[in-house]
Ligand binder design. Structure first.
Ligand code: PRP
Length: 218
């Protein structure tokens, strides 16, 4: 069982991602674009979500329809930046349960550490969707994937807006034999020596929640 990577190939996604990358895009627009991109990526990320049969009655006849299977899927945004992807995802999956993981990457060592954790106790048989806009060295996502596997999950899909090839390779190597899928808006060129994705979009957490660039009150 290998890691499955899907890179979105869609003109609307490229269009919105280009606006997101643009350094002059202010936080409110950045947040709106992130949300729209998640909705588009969620379509692909949920391609293998489990459903079961359900008898329904249409105005014309009865038929066997589908409904999402139990237990409910779990969505895990990685704070801070992953929070910007939560609303778009749960709009598409309103019955999902949401667990939270707070992680921060040390800017010198690039090592991630966990500062908050609130996940359902037992993830056995739950389909888990991890949200984080950036997959750079892959350290944060790998730690998040290991967290949910340690709680019994067997199937994890990560949704990221951008990734660097180095980070993808690191995750692939470290999760061999496990069921891991990664859905990406784009696969960028490389990491720079500060562990930033190139060309990238800068620091997604700062751009979503506020400390970068000019901000004009509206
Ligand atoms: C950023 C980003 C990812 C992580 C990616 O978070 O949102 O979580 O770094 O880097 P990695 O693949 O090398 O681990 P950051 O630590 O800046 O925290 P924030 O989301 O609170 O801004």
């Amino acid at each position: 069982m290998g890691m499955h990577v899907h890179v979105a190939d869609h003109p609307l996604i490229s269009h919105k991602l280009s606006l997101l990358r643009d350094q002059s895009t202010p936080s409110p627009v950045f947040r709106a674009l992130t949300s729209e991109l998640v909705t588009l990526l969620a379509y692909e990320a949920t391609r293998h979500i489990r459903v079961e049969d359900r008898e329904i009655v249409t105005p014309v006849t009865t038929m066997t329809g589908k409904k999402l299977a139990k237990p409910r899927p779990v969505v895990v945004p990685i704070l801070r930046a992953g929070l910007g992807m939560l609303e778009g995802m749960v709009q598409l999956l309103p019955s999902a349960e949401v667990g939270f993981l707070g992680m921060v990457r040390n800017e010198e060592t690039l090592q991630p550490s966990v500062y908050a954790e609130r996940l359902p106790e037992n993830l056995a048989d739950r389909q888990c969707f991890i949200l984080d806009p950036m997959l750079a060295t892959g350290g944060s996502l790998l730690q998040a994937i290991n967290f949910v596997f340690d709680k019994g999950a067997t199937e994890v899909t990560a949704v990221c807006l951008l990734a660097a090839p180095e980070g993808l390779a690191a995750i692939e190597k470290a999760t061999q034999g496990r069921d891991v899928s990664i859905v990406l808006g784009a696969l960028d060129e490389k990491l720079n020596d500060r562990g930033f994705i190139v060309p990238g979009l800068g620091d997604a957490g700062d751009r979503l929640y506020g400390t970068v660039g000019q901000f004009t009150e509206t």
